[in-house]
Design a protein around this ligand. Structure first.
Ligand code: SF4
Length: 342
């Protein structure tokens, strides 16, 4: 008996390979990030993704821009200069849940960002956040709500109201710490968040019973040596570990290799510095591995959010695409060591 090969039907329409490949490219894990929303009724970005073992829905809402102008960040430059009303921000959430209607029953967690601070009521009205919380409460599997914000905007009463509306939720405050070094914070990054303000924010996060996730920038100064960058990142993580421990605060770190954000003041200074070299991913991996072995919950931020000007860890001589897989395994908790990969 002969077996006839079943061949895909061909016609003038695009083949399945093209159709699915194109959709995957546009809406899969590599969905382009960094573009501004075409409308105030749609967020800048959203993605249903697996994140550290959770089914996470990330939404970057389209709101009025952040009032700060940190020298390493270009987000305010692409955001609205005027207030986007709360009703339109709520509509952005509606837009996303309608787009994802077939996935709603598997979501474990939601991550809310803006190009500023979700808890800044002058850009994201509290009433809008509370109305969205009512919707989240209908998503029966969702257990965690991550809110990205500067700590000065953490308001215990607002967090308590969210909890009252959606009692199943654990709240996780996601914030950019960047570095423990006051000079780097103020003079290099121009963050305008002194350490005592950050620490008072930690007090409120702890009082609210929320968890903390913090970004630490690896090599926040352009003229640091690779060795200085390692020492600086370790000291920043140690500072966070000590500060959260004394408050009984559960915390994790996203260690972000510094990139030059296109057009930022930081990037302009870096590119005229003869000593500028982006971080080495292998150094980032070694620090992350060491800190995890010391008990810190840590993962590595690989994304430049579509905002870099090409100066990032990919440009260093140690980089190889073969490093991506172990970083992804490390981030998902499948390995705790890079032994055999570095
Ligand atoms: S890093 Fe945060 S606070 Fe600073 S300008 Fe960017 S969005 Fe605003």
């Amino acid at each position: 008996m002969t077996v006839e090969m079943v061949r895909p039907m061909r016609s003038m329409r695009p083949g399945m390979k093209e159709v699915v490949g194109d959709l995957y490219k546009k809406y899969g894990q590599r969905k382009p990030m960094g573009e501004s929303s075409p409308s105030t009724w749609q967020p800048h970005f959203f993605l249903h993704r697996t994140f550290l073992g959770d089914q996470d829905l990330l939404i970057i809402f389209n709101t009025k821009r952040c009032k700060y102008r940190c020298h390493f960040c270009q987000l305010p430059a692409k955001s609205s200069p005027t207030l986007i009303p709360g009703s339109e921000i709520v509509s952005q959430f509606s837009f996303v849940v309608k787009e994802l209607k077939h996935s709603l029953s598997v979501l474990d967690r939601l991550t809310f960002s803006t190009e500023g601070s979700v808890l800044d009521a002058s850009t994201f009205p509290t009433e809008a956040l509370l109305e969205i919380a009512e919707g989240i409460n209908e998503l029966r599997r969702v257990r965690t709500l991550v809110l990205e914000t500067r700590l000065e905007f953490v308001d215990i009463d607002v967090l308590a109201q969210i909890r009252e509306i959606a009692p199943r939720l654990s709240l996780n405050i996601l914030t950019g710490f960047e570095t423990h070094d006051p000079y780097l914070r103020n003079q290099v990054l121009f963050k305008r968040e002194p350490l005592d303000v950050f620490e008072r924010g930690l007090d409120r996060v702890a009082q609210a019973g929320a968890q903390l996730t913090t970004y630490v920038l690896f090599k926040p100064r352009w003229d640091m040596s690779d060795e200085e960058a390692v020492a600086e990142a370790e000291a920043s993580i140690d500072y966070l570990a000590a500060q959260t421990k004394m408050r009984g605060l559960d915390f994790s770190v996203r260690l972000n290799p510094m990139y030059a954000a296109d057009g930022s003041r930081w990037a302009k200074k870096a590119h005229v510095s003869p000593d500028y070299k982006p971080p080495r991913l292998t150094d980032v991996m070694r620090v992350a591995e060491k800190k995890r072995q010391e008990g810190v919950k840590i993962y590595i931020g690989m994304s430049t959010e579509g905002l870099d000007d090409g100066s990032n860890y990919l440009a260093r001589e140690d980089y190889s695409p073969s490093l991506i897989k172990p970083v992804l395994l490390f981030n998902s908790g499948k390995i705790d060591s890079f032994s055999g990969y570095l």
